[in-house]
Design a protein around this ligand. Sequence first.
Ligand SMILES: [Zn+2]
Length: 401
Amino acid sequence: MSLRLVLLVLGIALYPSLFCAQPLGVSPRLKALMRNMILIDSHADTTQLILEEGYDLSQRHDYAHVDIPRMQEAGMTAQFFSLNPDSYALTPLQSIKRGLQELDAVVQEVRRHPDLALMAKSTEGILKARSQRKIAVLLGIEGGHVIDSDLRVLRQFYELGVRYMTLTHFNNTDWADSSTATPRWNGLNDLGRQIVAEMNRLGMIVDISHVSDKTFYDTLQVSKAPLIASHSSCRALCDHPRNMSDEMLRALAKNGGLVQINFFAGYLDKLFFDERERTKGPWEAKLAELKKQYAKDPKKLSEETRKIQNAHKAQLPKVPLSKCLDHFMHAIEVAGIDHVGLGSDFDGVSNLLPEGLEDISKLPDLMQGLMNRGLSDPDILKIAGGNLIRVMREVERVAGQ
Ligand SMILES: [Zn+2]
């Protein structure tokens, strides 16, 4: 063996990262910072998997996006799981039942793994779980239809632990307009204003993801506490009504609120969104066929569904992690560093995530990307969860008044 070859072999053995093409991963600086980091994701739809196919949070899966082993790998502090009964298929009354079933599924799943996770209902609860080295699990409602326009139902969901509610889902409620439906109320109506006031009084965060621009501005007028968009991105970079315009971002910042960036490739990259829309017809027909075929076997249905989704994704343009970083940097530039956080939408976007951000275990790579873009250590801590803790405290303070 020549001296040069010996040095090369020795070099690879000692410094493998210098010789392989893989990304370098987490830097020592981020690794050190992560020891003090509160890392919170404000929106995942894993709830459906838990309820429908008995998805075990304590096991590492080679599909879906969130489970406790992968959360631990990422150094997660807390995760909000959303309750999102289908607002098209169910009546509001049916949605209450489904919402309760979803809530129960999360609570029972956490109860099954008391050594790994803890239900949390407050900032104090998050910190308690953290001190016990457990993942804090929190609940949010996706879509105001779930309370059936009834303040009493809203209050009972709060009692059961729900700590935010998006005022609408993809369609309007009887009191608020959605960003993806024909306006019916010109924003928020009188009942909508009462509901926002009651959420403030209870200490439930008012979530403006999914609402129309007019509903957003109306809600800003009414709410005494900061708002969040639990899973929305930037319209200036991807022109979709689900994303927030720069004007909305500035107004949200003025209110003390937060935009939690959504990782869905279609909300990050308009070309991707359009290409998916253009090609989805035949794929959706196949999925509808599967639904009929495996109506009684949810596990098999989800397995076969994934195959179809993967085949479709393979034909779509790739969206790199850098696109997601662009949205973070844009939101930081427009709204300010105190008004941005993480709202992945994991398990709610089929498999349509950026390359390098395929599941929750990849969050450190996202944080590394933000560090590489020049964010300071205190800035990274704010984005990771510091901002959301601040907003939750403010919501709790307003409720206590
Ligand atoms: Zn959503």
